[in-house]
Design a binder for this molecule. Structure first.
Ligand code: SF4
Length: 504
């Protein structure tokens, strides 16, 4: 019955190839972890926003585990006729085109569309993404074709400035913006876009859309792997620290391969040139021993290696935090008390379903003495979390800030280009540096871990633990502990390797 949806329209609006691939090659779509978690967040926020106007009727219906669109359209019609004033997931179809409105609200002699997005907006910065406007213009068009008088169009986003005081206030959590003016401009394009879509989707011939700046948003696309399958590997898109726009320029000039880039006189960055040189020829490991020695001299015993895991709830759960705040719930700590001393380990993992910050901060102060040297990998993150803990718990601030202030960053030797080999592929994240330094060592391989292999899996699993049975809880906690422990053990191994190359 239905062949065209809101997501296909938005895909088409962003790049015609997206809509075509969604129809003809949906299996090629790969959404990364962050895109999937954004979708989950979107659903969570959408559910909460349903209560924004008090009582409502939600028309979502399922048949054999799939959305029953036909029933949803019929239910919407019934609710509108009954005079229901707030209908959630209100569904409409017109000539094979379908849309569901997050919140449809009766206002005067017409209806207003409220589109809910999980992205944060700030009071003094209300920039609206153009694709949101395209999305809403499509909805308005379908509703009007169905004979509904649309009198308002509003975008509902998370209020990034909202401070949670223990009781969730939906009116404060969301920011509603009247986007009627922008819709008025965009809606003129909808009929033409749909006619174009009809031609495009009728043909089995893949449209010729080529890579461009619009490819940067993986959330709307997911076809990056498919569209770049013709490129050499590595290519300009694997180059260290080059803006996407610049990469596209090289691609459009036909300079995608590392060979072509090596001959390009416009490439000046020493680190990018080294990445290319080492990729084209296996020259072993590039080491600047003196610089590494200087870095190692800045460290002192007792030496601690710290790593946090955090969650980032869009709907705040901890008092005094805002949407999307990073809340630390776990850490791993390896430490060596003196030169040649034994490697010891401590760890903390909060109870799922609680505010983890106080217990974590207290334990951290017990586990790390004041004024010692603490190593983190990309310390900006750990320092930021410690600063926030110090602000939340002034009685612990002196100790916490002494940890923050003596922190050193193990990323420095890599980011500064003192150590590089081709296996790092231009990335200095610990997940790239570790296997490049210790290829084939199973004890340092994140793939060998059970259940939790990266920070976003840890972030996903921790809040779910409270709903698990005891056996699953035990297993999930064990997996989190093992994962975080490997992060700091990896730092120890990297530090040891740096000492070893500097001593040669
Ligand atoms: S990767 Fe780029 S060209 Fe390919 S479908 Fe996505 S946006 Fe379009």
């Amino acid at each position: 019955m239905f062949y065209f949806s809101k997501s296909k329209y938005c895909g088409l609006w962003q790049c015609p190839k997206i809509a075509w691939l969604m129809k003809y090659k949906p299996e090629e779509r790969v959404l990364d972890d962050s895109a999937i978690s954004r979708m989950k967040t979107g659903n969570e926020v959408g559910d909460l926003a349903m209560g924004l106007f008090g009582d409502y009727v939600e028309v979502t219906s399922y048949k054999e585990d799939k959305l029953d669109l036909r029933e949803m359209v019929a239910k919407t019609r019934r609710e509108m006729e009954k005079g229901t004033s707030v209908i959630c997931e209100a569904s409409f179809s017109y000539e094979g085109m379908y849309c569901a409105v997050d919140i449809l609200k009766k206002e005067g002699d017409g209806w207003s569309i409220y589109e809910v997005k999980s992205s944060a907006m700030h009071q003094n910065q209300r920039e609206v993404k153009p694709v949101y406007i395209a999305d809403m213009a499509y909805q308005k068009y379908i509703l009007e074709q169905c004979g509904v008088r649309v009198t308002g169009t509003y975008l509902v986003c998370i209020n990034g400035d909202y401070l949670f005081d223990g009781v969730l206030d939906l009116q404060q959590l969301f920011i509603t913006t009247d986007v009627s003016e922008l819709i008025g401009i965009e809606e003129k394009n909808v009929a033409d876009n749909l006619a174009m879509a009809q031609n495009l989707l009728a043909s089995e011939q893949e449209p010729p859309a080529d890579l461009s700046e619009r490819c940067q948003d993986p959330y709307l696309c997911g076809f990056w792997g498919y569209c770049t399958r013709h490129l050499p590997s590595p290519s300009v898109f694997d180059l260290y620290r080059m803006p996407f726009k610049k990469k596209i320029e090289y691609y459009q000039k036909g300079e995608s391969s590392f060979q072509a880039l090596q001959g390009s006189h416009s490439l000046k960055s020493e680190k990018q040139l080294r990445q290319i040189e080492y990729a084209l020829q296996d020259k072993g490991t590039y080491v600047e021993k003196e610089k590494i020695r200087e870095f190692l001299k800045t460290l002192s015993y007792p030496l601690y290696f710290l790593d946090f895991e955090t969650m980032q709830p869009v709907i705040p759960i901890c008092i005094g935090t805002r949407p999307y705040a990073q809340i630390p719930f776990q850490y791993s700590l390896h430490y060596v008390e003196k030169e040649g001393g034994e490697l010891k380990h401590k760890e903390f993992l909060a109870e799922s379903g609680t505010d983890p910050r106080r217990a974590l901060a207290e334990q951290l102060c017990e586990d790390i003495p004041a004024n010692v040297c603490v190593l983190a990998y990309n310390m900006k993150f750990e320092r930021g979390r410690i600063q926030e803990l110090a602000e939340a718990f002034p009685d612990l601030a002196t100790h916490l800030l002494s940890i923050r202030d003596r922190m050193k960053d193990l990323l420095v030797p890599f980011q500064s280009g003192f150590y590089y080999n081709r296996a790092m592929g231009g990335s200095f994240s610990i997940k790239s540096v570790l296997p490049a330094m210790f290829p084939g060592d199973p004890s340092l391989d994140y793939h060998h871990l059970e259940g939790v292999h990266n920070g976003s899996e840890a972030m996903d699993i921790f809040p779910q633990i409270q709903h698990m049975c005891p056996e699953e809880q035990r297993k999930a906690r064990q997996n989190l502990l093992k994962y975080c422990e490997l992060d700091t053990y990896a730092m120890v191994k990297i530090w040891e390797e740096l000492r070893s190359v500097a001593a040669e």
